[in-house]
Design a protein around this ligand. Structure first.
Ligand code: URA
Ligand code: SF4
Length: 213
C-alpha cells in the first residue's frame, strides 16, 4: 500500500491576494487550485462573519451541508457549535467562522458522500488562506476546533485532550484549543453528549475571557 500519493499540491499561496481584506480573500478563493479538492466539490466554503472580529473560530473542513450551502457550520456540527457559543455568552453574529481546509473532502458511495478527513498535505496546501484571514480579521483570540484546526493554527501537532481550555501563544496571538463539535455528535449517550458540550462551553468561556481582556 502506498503511504504517500503523487498528487500535485502547489498550495494556495499563488491564489491568495497579498494584503487583501476578507472580501478580497472571499472573492479570490473560488479560483484556488492549490490542491485537488476543488474539483469534486460543489464550491469553496470560505467563511462567515464580520471583517474584523475579536474571536475567530476555525473548524476542520466543510461537510456535506456546508459544501451545498457554501457556508461553514450550517449542518449538525453547526447546531452543536451555536448552542455552545450561546452558552458561553458569545454572539454567533459577532464571531468570524472559518475552516482550516476550504473544500469538502469526501468519498462517493452511491448517492451518499462520506466525509473524509483531510490529509496533512491538504492542510498545508490550504493554510495560506487561514493565515491571510488571521492577518485581515486581526482577532484577539483564535479558537481551534479539533486537532486538524489546531495543527493549522499552531503549525504543529496538538493533543486536544491535554492542551484544550487554556490560552496558548502562536507568534503573539492568543489561541484556545477545544474539541471539534462533531465529536459530540459521535457520542451515543445523552449524558456523554451533554458533558462533552459543557467542556466545549468551558473552553469557549476561556476564549471569551481572552478576547475581552
Ligand atoms: N465541520 C467543520 O469542521 N466545519 C464545518 O464548516 C462544518 C463541519
Ligand atoms: Fe485551494 Fe484549499 Fe480548496 Fe485546496 S482545499 S483547492 S488549497 S481552497
Amino acid at each position: 500500500m502506498a503511504t504517500t500519493d503523487d498528487v500535485d499540491r502547489p498550495g494556495a499561496q499563488h491564489w491568495v491576494p497579498e494584503g487583501g481584506d476578507v472580501d478580497a480573500l472571499r472573492d479570490a478563493a473560488p479560483a484556488c487550485r492549490g490542491c485537488e479538492l476543488w474539483a469534486p466539490a460543489t464550491q469553496v466554503v470560505f467563511s462567515e462573519g464580520p471583517a474584523q472580529a475579536a474571536v475567530m473560530l476555525v473548524g476542520e473542513q466543510p461537510g456535506d451541508k456546508e459544501d451545498l450551502a457554501g457556508e461553514p457550520f450550517v449542518g449538525p456540527a453547526g447546531r452543536v457549535l451555536h448552542e455552545a457559543l450561546a452558552a458561553a455568552g458569545l454572539d454567533p453574529e459577532q464571531v468570524y467562522v472559518t475552516n482550516a481546509v476550504k473544500h469538502f473532502r469526501f468519498e462517493q458511495r452511491g448517492k451518499r458522500r462520506i466525509h473524509k478527513t483531510p490529509l496533512v498535505t491538504h492542510l498545508r496546501a490550504c493554510v495560506p488562506w487561514l493565515e491571510a484571514e488571521i492577518a485581515a480579521v486581526r482577532p484577539r483570540v483564535v479558537v481551534a476546533l479539533g486537532a486538524t484546526a489546531a495543527r493549522g493554527v499552531l503549525g504543529r501537532t496538538v493533543a486536544v485532550g491535554t492542551e484544550r481550555g487554556r490560552v496558548l501563544d502562536a507568534g503573539g496571538r492568543a489561541v484556545v484549543v477545544t474539541a471539534h463539535p462533531s465529536s459530540v455528535l459521535r457520542l451515543r449517550e445523552r449524558a456523554e453528549r451533554e458533558a462533552a458540550t459543557a467542556a466545549i462551553v468551558d473552553d469557549l468561556r476561556v476564549a471569551a475571557g481572552a478576547a475581552a481582556g
